[in-house]
Ligand binder design. Structure first.
Ligand code: TIU
Length: 228
């Protein structure tokens, strides 16, 4: 059963049995000092406002049996999945694979690569390790979603205009209806955050819908009430 929730550019019809909550790259590497985000010169505190809204919807999805998927950007320890362009990009002295205060930067197995404790996955929730910005590139995400009959994605995480938007675009071309959480996404650049959200739902929803997290949480409660 679908529940209508208020969103931009028009109401979104949420079908919880065919929806997945995809939380993108809420890793220490992006949110804490000394990780990849700060190596790129960013103010990592700018991403923290997304944590509480994501935690709210995460709890609601777990209560209502909505599939939750976590993604992590990072590379194999031998860096065999790190292309030369990504490695070379930028002028920072600290690069992917170098030692940092949370272990090797953006490398799987390092402390910095882990999802922040507030949003830690629980057993049964798929964790997708991805070498690129998009969560579909070089991963088994699409197979997992198709196998479970998922047609709608609720997207959250960081950063709005980089990994979230890349994933949104990949998902859109694969035929998924996508809803972005306006307060469950964040960027190092507030103006890019706002514009990325506007871009997603411009032209009457060219890539999808945008809504505050509270609207999705309320819709899930409603759907549960209706099913009971
Ligand atoms: N730099 C930046 O804004 N983002 C990334 O490098 N990765 C993600 O967005 N996860």
């Amino acid at each position: 059963m679908s529940i209508s929730l208020s969103a931009r550019p028009y109401d979104f019809s949420l079908d919880p049995r065919h929806a997945a909550f995809v939380i993108i790259d809420m890793q220490r590497d992006f949110l804490e000092i000394g990780g990849f985000g700060s190596a790129l010169g960013n103010d990592v505190t700018r991403l923290r406002p997304a944590i509480a809204p994501i935690a709210d919807l995460l709890a609601a999805c777990r209560r209502h049996d909505v599939l939750v998927i976590h993604t992590r950007e990072g590379h194999r320890q031998d860096l065999s999945d790190l292309n030369a362009a990504k490695y070379r990009r930028g002028r920072s002295e600290v690069r992917i694979g170098d030692a940092g205060p949370m272990g090797r930067i953006l490398v799987r197995g390092a402390a910095g690569h882990e999802i922040i404790p507030e949003l830690a996955p629980v057993p049964g929730e798929p964790v997708i390790d991805k070498p690129g910005k998009g969560a579909f590139y070089a991963t088994d995400l699409e197979t997992i979603l198709r196998k479970r009959g998922i047609t709608q994605l609720i997207l959250a995480g960081v950063t709005t205009e980089v990994c979230v938007h890349t994933t949104l675009r990949e998902a859109n071309d694969r035929g998924f209806d996508c809803l972005l959480l306006e307060d469950g996404t964040a960027s190092y650049f507030p103006e890019f955050h706002r514009t990325a959200l506007d871009m997603a739902c411009a032209q009457d929803g060219i890539f999808g819908w945008v809504a505050p997290t509270g609207n999705v949480v309320a819709a899930l409660s409603q759907s549960h009430g209706a099913a009971a």
